[in-house]
Ligand binder design. Structure first.
Ligand code: ATP
Length: 301
């Protein structure tokens, strides 16, 4: 219990325990939120769920965020229900704070995983990428563009599945609608987003998926310079695949066609889903090359 201007403010623990939550540790921090893990005993049920509670303080977050971005995130999360998208269970506001109870991904994010493990094997890259594509297909089918796809927003579950998280920049956009807002991280942002020209959201999400696909198999950023002008220059060229990894040519073909500077030439989600790298081993599990003692990455054809 805290005290501000002589009024008693209940703590997060007190507010949440009334609703059946038992707060645990901090999982992470966003720009305007803190995310904590908790166990939630659903009212009227014996089920106990592992959840992540996103806590937003109305008094410290910028007005723009509270009035525009956060309500959009809330409205989108309320309808989302897909195996590869983090689900929202509950949302409420008390004592100047907003509490979002989310399905918890217990195995961290993809960036930490790649940093810990090094580049991923072909089967693992393929599995995660397929799951991301399934999640994005669902979102784009609802005309929702995420606009901040990056490894940090790809969470991993105990069942080793991908869950797309963080809908802070996401919005509903019809096919013909264009946006000019710069969203997301420069290293994952499509050229049209970085250049500040009007863009159509689904193809910029596709670009970010290409960056993630490159990172998974190479453990490198495809455009890794710190200066914006250098990133913009490099984005005009085919990404540099590290030769020593002898990457599968069909994998390189897919990445190259996703990371097309020219929007007219950039693969669509349909092109990706029908690409042979994705379809040929889609239903045919192969031994994971990462168990080989010589090389943990994608092999050449
Ligand atoms: P940013 O300002 O970076 O966009 P944010 O305020 O939108 O962040 P999130 O990215 O949603 O906040 O969450 C911050 C961190 O909390 C994440 O990087 C992740 O580590 C953790 N986190 C968020 N949601 C979950 C979840 N559902 N399960 C497990 N961990 C989570």
């Amino acid at each position: 219990m805290g005290r501000i201007n002589n009024s008693v403010v209940p703590s997060d623990d007190e507010i949440l325990s009334k609703r059946g939550y038992k707060l645990d540790r901090v999982l992470g921090e966003g720009s305007y939120s803190k995310v904590k893990s908790a166990l939630w005993k659903k009212p009227g049920s014996n089920e106990t769920l592992q959840v992540a509670i996103k806590i937003i303080n109305r008094t410290t977050a910028p007005q723009d965020f509270i009035e525009r971005f956060w309500p959009r995130e809330r409205d989108l999360m309320e309808v989302l229900q897909h195996d590869n998208v983090i689900q929202m269970f509950d949302i409420f506001s008390e004592a100047n704070k907003i509490y979002m109870s989310l399905e918890r991904a217990t195995h961290g994010d993809l960036l930490d995983y790649v940093q810990l493990k090094g580049r991923l094997g072909e089967q693992e890259t393929h599995k995660y990428f397929s799951e991301m594509c399934n999640g994005i297909k669902y979102l784009h089918g609802l005309q929702i563009v995420h606009r901040d796809l990056k490894c940090e927003n790809m969470l991993l579950t105990a069942q080793n599945s991908i869950k797309i998280a963080d809908f802070g920049f996401a919005r509903k956009m019809s096919k013909s609608e264009i946006s000019k807002t710069f969203c997301g991280s420069a290293a994952y942002a499509a050229p049209e987003v970085l250049r500040g020209v009007p863009y159509e959201g689904t193809s910029s999400d596709i670009w970010s998926l290409g960056v993630i696909l490159f990172i998974m198999a190479c453990a490198l950023m495809p455009f890794r310079d710190t200066s914006l002008s250098k990133i913009l220059k490099d984005q005009k060229n085919t990404p540099n695949f590290p030769e020593k990894h002898k990457l599968n040519k069909r994998y390189c073909h897919l990445v190259t066609n996703i990371l097309r500077y020219d929007l007219k030439k950039r693969f669509s989600l349909q092109d990706i889903l029908h690409h042979d790298w994705l379809t040929t081993i889609y239903n045919k599990p192969r031994p994971d090359p990462s168990v080989s003692s010589t090389d943990s990455g994608i092999e050449s054809d």
